[in-house]
Design a protein. Structure first.
Length: 401
């Protein structure tokens, strides 16, 4: 049986899948599992529960995984992704269920391994669960979970009688998979206070940035994003590949660009070039330099996304700048790297970037950035600073119809 088992994540739940999940839940409750329900427990009650879960899945609040044997669902587990604003790094593992006929074949282990992988891809670095099952406890301990302790008389068994529950946690190493969808992960974690969210979509406030993100590149997510945009407004997205746009959007421009990640210390020396911390009083000059050099969007409150450093000439003219844009739980982006045409070739931006990189590392995060693939000059500078190309990522500008 183990060789025939596959595990997949459901992004939506069909009626046949609802029925199959309900069968598994009914079987587990009938077998005495303490999973929130009491006997007698009907198929209708199970369907009602799973319909609620399917709504949560559609809203991106939880990840639902199923184990299948020859196309038939025999087990399931959930990772609750939606957490309080101060706990974006945490996920709760819930309702790990395996049909009795499929037990002792490694189904639970495969489900838990997939849950951990999914949680890491969603930016989670801490998982928490509780269980009333001795068999489940042995599985969690084999898989490296840490046992916290027992709460006696925590819940009722399906046929009555109190049972204890045991809490476990697991710390996950950060995954760079969040960088495949960096805008979304920034907006649901460190920069949530700057976000507008609706269903499966999120965007920065219009006065901060046109960057927007989708939990998944689906029609529903794009329709949710349309609810956040004014007619004709253009939003910027990063994704794995081209998007299949519904009629509410039209493509303005799209291409692949390179995503680079810092992998070590810079191999260039720090110069004696003095830099300034750029603040509100500098926004007009910053916007003018961006307009001249076109490194990317710059709005009235883009500077609020992070630290911005600049170099001014003796006459006060701003001639170089670099700053921080997207901020994720374990990564921070360097952006707006630009120098005035009159100041190019003087090596003004590398010291600014080095200072920003050191600040990011001091926060316990890894610097990353985006650059046009054909911009060999800039990429050479970034490579000397310790960046390497991680992947090509699809950049698109779409306009709300």
């Amino acid at each position: 049986m183990p060789e025939a088992i596959t595990v997949r994540r459901l992004l939506s739940v069909s009626e046949p899948e609802l029925l199959a999940l309900s069968d598994v839940l009914c079987d587990c409750v009938a077998g005495g599992a303490s999973v929130s329900f009491m006997q007698p427990f009907s198929l209708e009650q199970a369907l009602h529960y799973w319909r609620g879960v399917s709504v949560s899945v559609a809203h991106g609040e939880r990840a639902l995984l199923v184990a299948e044997n020859a196309g038939r669902i025999v087990g399931t587990v959930q990772v609750v992704l939606g957490q309080p604003d101060n706990q974006p790094h945490r996920g709760d593992v819930s309702k790990m269920l395996v049909a009795r006929a499929a037990r002792r074949h490694g189904v639970g282990a495969r489900l838990m391994a997939a849950a951990e992988t999914t949680a890491r891809a969603c930016g989670k670095t801490l998982l928490v669960l509780d269980t009333a099952s001795a068999d489940a406890e042995r599985l969690y301990q084999r898989m490296g979970w840490t046992r916290l302790g027992v709460i006696p008389g925590y819940a009722l068994l399906p046929e009555g009688g109190l049972c204890d529950t045991t809490y476990y946690y697991r710390i996950l190493p950060p995954s760079d998979a969040v960088l495949d969808n960096p805008v979304w992960h920034a907006l649901v974690s460190a920069q949530r206070g700057m976000a507008q969210l609706h269903g499966l979509a999120a965007r920065f406030r219009a006065d901060i940035s046109p960057l927007a993100g989708l939990r998944e590149p689906t029609t529903q997510a794009l329709e949710d994003l349309r609810a956040l945009a004014a007619p004709g407004e253009q939003l910027w997205l990063l994704s794995d590949g081209p998007l299949a746009l519904p009629p509410c959007w039209r493509e303005v421009r799209a291409r692949y660009i390179d995503q680079m990640v810092s992998t070590g210390a810079p191999s260039v020396s720090r110069s004696n070039t003095g830099y300034l911390e750029l603040g509100d009083a500098d926004v007009a000059d910053m916007a003018a330099l961006v307009e001249l050099t076109k490194p990317g969007p710059f709005e009235a409150h883009t500077r609020d996304m992070g630290a911005y450093l600049g170099v001014r000439e003796a006459d006060g003219k701003l001639v170089a700048m670099s700053g921080q844009r997207m901020n994720l739980t374990h990564y921070r982006e360097i952006s707006a790297v630009c120098s005035h045409p009159d100041a190019r070739g003087r090596g003004l931006t590398a010291p600014l970037m080095t200072e920003l990189m050191e600040r990011i590392v001091a926060e316990g995060k890894t610097p990353f950035l985006h650059v046009k693939t054909e911009n060999g000059g800039a990429k050479a500078v970034y490579q000397k600073l310790g960046f390497t190309v991680r992947r090509a990522i699809y950049f698109s500008i779409i306009a709300a119809v």
